[in-house]
Design a protein around this ligand. Structure first.
Ligand code: HEM
Length: 484
């Protein structure tokens, strides 16, 4: 604490042993949830809604300050230029992930790519990146169609039985889970429902117990949940191990099964050559990582998109016209998906306003000098992506407007004045490895939905974006869905 103060950082005064957690909780409680107003007062100016404590502290301390979770210091960063300087000093492999989150996240991600560090991270990234190449993804794209069509058929049945109001968030999350399970380890819902249910159950258990991060002995505050998560984690590991063992036993080294696990096994020669290989244990962790890192984020990108398309029918019509012109109403030609440019602008604008990954975290593994400030080794870094995506000083006065065509003129940065101001998929060497997969899934699913239905807001929708690891609509997204 003294070292950080001496190094010139400002911030709210912490207490022992909670740090600033009480203030965070009180601020969140005091925030008046005006979602009961319904859909009429929807504003995209969401930073003070999802992070009321950061919005308050920003007013006192600016875009760079230290706060404490328990006994752990966090450097809050919402200043893109500082982020640029800070990350240009340090190679991707030298950044750590906060050790304090590892205990919570271990059952979900194990030592998969999200968590692993140093030379191990380089090895994992080396094996995994080629599996997500455009040609591999194109070969797997058909796996996305079946779960999406199944969901659409269900919606048709619901509409036929006079239930046109559908909670699309729940539906899309289930579908995206099926897609990622099938793409990651070849499981269809029917034959993989056990793995699938356990993965979901563990996620719910972990969300609920992830509350006193950084406070000494906090894991003993919810011992039942901690043990439950560990138990589920072990069961999932066993199930995934049995899948890998079954594949190993009948794999002759020739063409691998066309899913991510198959490609990783092929690329890594399981338990074989050192240097460029993943062990069986690591393959299990990567399967879990893809599932947890890949399904909810993509589902939320689609969910927020449907909210915005329901609010702005002009854009909904433009996307539908684009799909009809370029893809048509029949089977999707995956090669043509790259032509859907307007859809890409919409996706980027949605990820800007409602970024499913609302923050990124790092931990300094050495003292890092930025201008005249030294970030001491071990300091955690909390990058507030929501704040940067809603900052009028880098986006202009229309920052809170839904304006996808800002990406028409500037496809990469949407006119943002700073290249580090738009970070939906993170930054630097640790940028999201699954972003091409997401783009493809987004386009396939949205194409199928837009050619079958039109969407409008339900009067029962309550606008309340909130953080539960990802940025999600607190009360789901009920929409009125009409067949075309
Ligand atoms: C809209 C969808 C998605 C969003 C918004 C998203 C967001 C992100 C972000 C912000 C990071 C960087 C985290 C950091 O800097 O610490 C990241 C990393 C990662 N993402 Fe995604 N992601 C998405 C989809 C996916 C998918 C579909 C997969 C896999 C199937 C995936 C797998 C990963 C992995 C493995 C990493 C860790 C990369 C590394 O540390 O080298 N993500 N993602």
């Amino acid at each position: 604490y003294r070292k950080i103060k001496k190094n010139g950082f400002v911030g709210p005064t912490p207490s022992f042993p909670m740090g600033n957690i009480r203030e965070i909780k009180n601020n969140s409680k005091n925030y008046v949830d005006d979602s009961s107003l319904g859909s009429s007062g929807i504003s995209h100016d969401i930073h003070s809604i999802v992070f009321p404590y950061f919005a308050r502290w920003q007013k006192c301390y600016g875009k760079l300050f230290i706060y404490w979770l328990g006994t752990e210091p966090f450097l809050y960063v919402a200043e893109p230029e500082f982020l640029r300087k800070m990350s240009s000093e340090v190679l991707g492999k030298n950044w750590g992930k906060p050790k304090v989150f590892k205990n919570d996240r271990e059952p979900m991600f194990g030592l998969g790519l999200v968590m692993v560090e140093g030379d191990d991270w380089v090895r994992h990234r080396h094996v995994i990146t080629p599996a997500f190449s455009p040609s591999n993804l194109k070969a797997m794209a058909s796996l996305m169609v079946e779960p999406a069509k199944k969901m659409i058929d269900k919606w048709v049945t619901l509409i036929d039985s006079d239930k046109p109001e559908i909670d699309v968030e729940r539906e899309i999350t289930t579908m995206a889970g099926e897609i990622i399970a099938s793409m990651s380890f070849g499981l269809s819902y029917q034959n993989g429902s056990r793995v699938f249910e356990k993965l979901r159950a563990m996620q719910i258990t972990l969300f609920n117990s992830n509350r006193y991060v950084g406070v000494p002995f906090s894991k003993w505050m919810c011992p039942k949940k901690t043990l439950e998560a560990k138990r589920l984690g072990k069961e999932i590991d066993q199930l995934l191990l049995s899948i890998i063992d079954a594949r190993k036993s009948c794999w002759d080294g020739s063409s691998p099964q066309k899913d991510l696990l198959g490609l990783l096994m092929d690329g890594s020669h399981v338990d074989g050559r050192a240097g460029k290989s993943l062990t069986t244990r690591e393959l299990v962790d990567e399967c879990k990582t893809f599932f947890f890192g890949g399904h909810e984020t993509t589902a939320l990108a689609l969910t927020w998109t449907l909210l915005l398309l329901a609010m702005y029918p002009n854009w909904q019509n433009q996307l539908r016209d684009e799909v009809r012109q370029l893809i048509g109403d029949g089977e999707i030609d995956f090669a043509k998906l790259t032509d859907l440019k307007k859809m890409e602008w919409v996706m980027k604008e949605v990820l800007r306003l409602y970024s499913p990954a609302p923050n990124a975290q790092r931990q300094a593994r050495e003292d890092i000098q930025v201008d005249d400030l030294v970030i001491p080794n071990g300091t955690n870094i909390w990058i507030d992506v929501v704040a940067m995506h809603h900052d009028p000083t880098i986006w202009g006065d229309d920052v809170n407007d839904f304006r996808p065509d800002r990406f028409k003129d500037d496809f990469l940065y949407g006119g943002c004045k700073h290249k580090m101001g738009f970070l939906p998929f993170g930054f630097g060497g640790r940028m999201c490895v699954g972003r091409n997969l997401t783009m493809m899934e987004y386009k396939v699913v949205l194409t199928l939905m837009l050619t079958r239905f039109s969407f409008s807001l339900s009067p029962s929708y309550r606008h309340s974006p909130s953080i539960l690891l990802s940025l999600r609509p607190k009360y789901g997204l009920p929409l009125l869905v009409q067949p075309l």
